[in-house]
Design a protein around this ligand. Structure first.
Ligand code: 13P
Length: 247
């Protein structure tokens, strides 16, 4: 079933005391109830703490990254078994910061996604074009290729555990947001592309989130679009009130 989801990607922000206090603030605001799933993605060292302190709430703690390999000599990496052992059930893969800063290729991202899906995890798989690609009219092609290379090797059953996040790179952390129409147009394109491989039912069950300068002031009109099923929120998720207002 397609779900509405608001996920906070904390990126490399918040040390332990800050993680604790942001979670305390979030928990204070949960009473009013939400008609969406709520996820937060703190940094790896604090996942265990975050998982334990939210286990009595509707907040799901998710990871920002995972290693494609199972275990062994991969200094600095974190395996899917490690994440599983601290209660993590969902992993963000393919964020543009991983692609652009750390050179993660489509092939590597497909391998990471495979590792996560084979463990039974859910994946939030990110895609999105750069400004030059949009200006050259190549935004559909760019995103289509990312999805094809990243996800089309999986079974329909595995694809049912994938959440797609469309994050135009030019809108991330820039204050510039895709218009609701631009978001809808791309989300509809993504859904029909997913349908071409996995069928209408799976495509209709796939949550497609928008990311890129989502704020309380613009979330409602973006999320109102029929193919936008929520958001992957960066900066605004670091403030409990604004994250909850978005949700
Ligand atoms: P901002 O909301 O800060 O633009 O970040 C979006 C993002 O990259 C979420 O993954």
């Amino acid at each position: 079933m397609r779900k509405n989801i608001v996920a906070g990607n904390w990126k490399m922000n918040c040390d332990l005391p800050q993680t604790r206090s942001l979670i305390i603030d979030l928990k204070k605001g949960l009473e009013k109830g939400f008609n969406c799933e709520l996820m937060i993605a703190p940094s790896h060292p604090f996942l265990y703490q975050a998982f334990n302190s939210t286990s009595d709430t509707i907040i799901e703690v998710v990871a920002q990254n995972v290693c494609e390999a199972q275990k062994g000599a991969y200094t600095g990496e974190v395996s899917v078994d490690m994440l599983d052992s601290v209660g993590i059930k969902t992993i963000i893969i393919g964020h543009s910061e991983r692609r652009d800063i750390y050179g993660e290729t489509d092939e590597l991202l497909a391998a990471k996604t495979k590792t996560a899906l084979e463990k039974g995890m859910r994946v939030i798989f990110c895609c999105g074009e750069h400004l030059e690609q949009r200006q050259a009219g190549k935004h559909f092609e760019t995103v289509t290729q990312q999805i094809e290379k990243g996800l089309f090797g999986f079974t329909t059953e595995q694809m049912e555990r994938v959440i797609v996040a469309y994050e135009p790179v030019w809108a991330i952390g820039t204050g510039e947001t895709a218009s609701p129409e631009q978001a809808q147009e791309m989300h509809a394109h993504l859904r029909s592309f997913i349908a071409s491989k996995f069928g209408e039912e799976t495509a209709n069950n796939t949550s497609i989130l928008y990311g890129g300068s989502v704020k309380p002031s613009n979330a409602a009109e973006i999320f109102a679009k029929p193919d936008v099923d929520g958001g992957l929120v960066g900066g605004a998720s670091l403030d409990a009130q604004s994250f909850l207002d978005i949700a």
